[in-house]
Design a protein around this ligand. Sequence first.
Ligand code: F6R
Length: 365
Amino acid sequence: DKGNYRHFMAKEMHEQPEVIGHTLSRYINPSARKAAIEGIDLVDFAGIQRIILSACGTGYLAALIGKYWFEKYARLPVEIDFASELRYREAPVSDKDFALFISQSGETADTLAALRYCKQEGARVGSIVNVPESTIARESDVFFQTMAGPEICVASTKAFTCQLAVLAALAVQAGRLRGVLNEEQEGALIDTLASVPGYAVQALKCESAIEPLAHKLSRATSALYLGRNTNFPLALEGALKLKELSYIHAEGYAAGELKHGPIALIDETMPVVVLAPYDGIFEKTVSNMQEVAARGGKIILITDQKGADASVDTEKDLIVLPDVPDFIAPIIYAIPVQLLAYHTAVFMGTDVDQPRNLAKSVTVE
Ligand code: F6R
């Protein structure tokens, strides 16, 4: 049931504050200011040497964001791969690894095969899955459920942000167990995580600002998304969502890579979506943005008020989000990225919930 929404995608995007809240309530204890993850002992975070994160599609992009968190908050080396690559690579995997697979459906053929491979090589295997009775959930040594509820739209939205919520909580708990985070640091991160649903409510309010920008974007034949740090995977996610929903060709790049190739594409016909909260590397991304502007590229900057103020000199369209702590920014910045692709597709008149050639659950490789 779509309720009052025109598409399941719209409904599912708007459910995010609530379902992220449900998911977090399972993995953090806000009053104790601690990550509280059942089954965590099986992982032996203090003893493992590496975490392997693997998935397909949007789940893979959640894993990429997870990599930044596990490295930063738990100082844990992260290996990351598409499940379709991991399964055939004969990568060295051992009992010193924890292999964590991410899947909305829990039935994706490549992800299941990669899980079986890592298990056979002796690693502990875990999964972050939305469907508890799925094969991937059942075959995992430890299973972390996302509480997104049924996701009907083929393009993943709420499952993605719930995957991020679980990864964030896991990274904090790993950080504590590995002696990287002290009690105070853990407490501060948990307070921040607990604030995600409130920020998500605010982020959804940028929808009215996004619609006219989506209208412009719907006339493009190609678009570029740029970001640094955790906004790089989100740039990839933005491009993925835009192409699957609106069929507009799009690419995501780490902003620092702009001058190593994609800058050749920039002209007056090229929209460039820049994801840049006002953080420690904002200025670096702004200089990339200026390079785009100097070549006539049409910029859509997704930032906060401070970022908007600090970039008044560059001509652009703006999507202004609340000022969010760095740690949770990727969860909040996912929302305008989804909304932009959604409204572009609505203007194009495509079948938003069931894009051509795509299936919700990819059970063949
Ligand atoms: C994109 C999308 C797909 C899925 C991918 C993996 O919006 O939804 O890229 O993320 O097919 O599916 P699951 O998560 O079910 O393994």
